[in-house]
Design a protein around this ligand. Structure first.
Ligand SMILES: Nc1nc2c(c(=O)[nH]1)N=C([C@H](O)[C@H](O)COP(=O)(O)OP(=O)(O)OP(=O)(O)O)CN2
Length: 135
C-alpha cells in the first residue's frame, strides 16, 4: 500500500521589518526571531526517504534563510523605508507588505520553484503569533 507522508524541517532567522499600513505599533520598524517550518509531501523511496532532510536544509537555507537572516525586509512601495534604508545594511526588497501571511506565500513559491512538493508553510513571527499556509 502506498503511504503518503509529510516531512518537515524547522529554521530560525532574525529579520527587521514594519507594516506600513498598520494603525498600531507594527508600523514602527522592529525585529523578530522568526521560526519557519517547511513541510514537504511525498511517498518514500525504496530506502524510506521522502527526501533527505539534509537536502531540504540546503535548499531552504539557500532560497530563504540566507536571504532573510539579519536583513531589513522592505516593501518596495513603502517609500519612507526605501528612502531611508535601501542600499544600506542587508536590505531585501519585496513586492508585498511583510506580513507573516505574505511571507509564507513568498516562501512557498520560491521552494516550489526548486521542485519541492510543499504541503505546508508555518511561519512564527513571535512565540504566540504564526501564519499557516496549507497547499
Ligand atoms: N495577521 C497578522 N497580524 C499581524 C501581523 C501579521 O504578520 N499578520 N504582524 C504584526 C506585527 O508584525 C507584530 O510584531 C506581531 O504582532 P503581535 O502578535 O501582536 O506581537 P506581540 O509582541 O504584541 O505579541 P504578544 O505575544 O501578544 O505580546 C501584527 N499583526
Amino acid at each position: 500500500m502506498t503511504q503518503l507522508f509529510e516531512i518537515s524541517k524547522t529554521f530560525h532567522f532574525d529579520m527587521t521589518h514594519r507594516l506600513s499600513f498598520h494603525q498600531g505599533k507594527c508600523r514602527h520598524l522592529h525585529g523578530h526571531t522568526y521560526t519557519l517550518e517547511v513541510y514537504v509531501r511525498g511517498v518514500p523511496d525504496k530506502h524510506g526517504f521522502v527526501m533527505d532532510f539534509g537536502d531540504l536544509k540546503h535548499i531552504v537555507k539557500e532560497e530563504i534563510v540566507d536571504i532573510l537572516d539579519h536583513s531589513v525586509a522592505i516593501y518596495e512601495k513603502d517609500v519612507t523605508l526605501v528612502d531611508a534604508l535601501s542600499g544600506k545594511f542587508r536590505a531585501v526588497m519585496l513586492p508585498f507588505e511583510t506580513t507573516a501571511e505574505n511571507l509564507c506565500a513568498w516562501i512557498a513559491r520560491r521552494l516550489q520553484a526548486r521542485n519541492l512538493d510543499i504541503s505546508k508553510i508555518i511561519l512564527w513571527e513571535t512565540p504566540t503569533s504564526k501564519a499557516v499556509l496549507t497547499l
